[in-house]
Design a protein. Structure first.
Length: 358
């Protein structure tokens, strides 16, 4: 598995996007998003997604050709605390980061601010945007809808998407709380290697009858033939409830679409909502951060069950991975690296200077 330094990956990624036709602003937005995800240990949504986005600009693959390289977003509605954006199929990461900066500035004045986006291409890791809000001493929330892959509780038909959410809460001296997760049992990127290996963990897939399955032949990726489904994140009614709630907040609210309508236009639609809550409008900021710190320490120092070395706070594993990977480099799964090398050859982009560390 090769490893690239952050600087190596950034230059290589920027060069690839430029060769594929992306502007410098677009190349920067998507590259920074990929670096954030990889540094935090989300390898499939980080460097592993590089071929997906490059192919999008080249008109290849499941998102192929959906990005509007020459378009501009349209502000549909705006108030002092809100903004509704028609992304016009512009690059999801850039639209979402621009919206994030807007809600931060609005929340500085109004206390709470929200942005919605629709007709939006894939936005990538939601934690990237929420962490930007957290760095401004605000609570951040983000929701997005995706193509149907899970049945409702008690059902056997794909109705609900992976429907990710992210929640971030600033802390003082401790790592901030940063939740970034799908509400299904896995993600589309995460299920791929499991299907290829043939080893499906319990509680992940369902067959056509809605019964648990460990057989990769019972499940198919999006396409003409739809076999099986992913379970929701808990496999029960609570996971289903959360999955449906995120569809309302991340798809119906921003774009009036559901998981079954995600590809209705022939393009992958990734409607997204982003919310910033300015803590200082409700509590003394330092007192709030001190309380978050003390609660984190209480939880981490609480009694551990046998065999557990450390209790982690959501997001902590990612921040520790970031500290390590900034020094050691970003690992790229061999399967994705081969794809990336092929794209570099196709676009006549030289590989990073110096041999990648294996």
């Amino acid at each position: 598995m090769p490893q690239l330094s952050v600087d190596q990956f950034r230059k290589f990624s920027m060069d690839l996007f430029a060769a594929a036709g992306a502007s410098k602003a677009e190349s920067t937005a998507v590259t920074d998003s990929l670096i954030f995800a990889s540094l935090h240990g989300h390898d499939t949504h980080g460097a592993g997604h590089l071929p997906l986005y490059i192919n999008n600009y080249l008109g290849i693959g499941p998102f192929g050709g959906s990005v509007n390289k020459d378009g501009k977003v349209t502000i549909v509605k705006e108030s002092p605390a809100t903004i509704a954006i028609d992304a016009n199929w512009c690059l999801g990461q850039k639209v979402a980061m621009d919206a994030t900066q807007m809600v931060i500035e609005k929340a500085k004045v109004t206390g709470i601010a929200a942005a919605t986006m629709y007709q939006c291409t894939h936005t990538g890791a939601l934690g990237y945007f929420v962490y930007e809000i957290v760095k401004n001493d605000m609570i951040g929330l983000a929701f997005t809808g995706a193509a149907a892959v899970s049945p409702p509780w008690g059902g056997a038909e794909r109705m609900l998407g992976t429907n990710p959410l992210s929640i971030g809460v600033p802390a003082g001296k401790e790592y901030p709380l940063l939740i970034d997760m799908a509400t299904s049992s896995n993600t589309w990127a995460g299920i791929g290697p499991l299907l290829a290996s043939g080893k499906i963990p319990d509680g992940m897939l369902l067959n056509d009858d809605g019964e648990p399955s460990n057989d990769p032949r019972d499940f198919s990726r999006p396409g003409a033939e739809q076999r099986g489904a992913m379970q929701n994140m808990g496999g029960g009614h609570k996971g289903y409830a959360l999955q449906l709630a995120v569809e309302m907040l991340g798809a119906v609210w921003p774009g009036l679409i559901t998981g079954n309508e995600n590809f209705a236009t022939g393009k992958f639609n990734n409607p997204t909502s982003i919310i910033a809550i300015n803590v200082s409008f409700f509590q003394d900021l330092q007192a709030f951060k001190d309380k978050i710190d003390s609660r984190i320490r209480e939880i981490k120092s609480s009694k551990k069950k046998s065999g557990v070395d450390e209790i982690l706070i959501p997001g902590e594993r990612g921040f520790k991975a970031q500290e390590r990977r900034v020094k050691e480099g970003i690992p790229i799964i061999d399967h994705y690296w081969h794809e990336i090398v092929g794209l570099a050859e196709k676009l006549n982009v030289p590989l990073p200077e110096g041999e990648p560390v294996h």
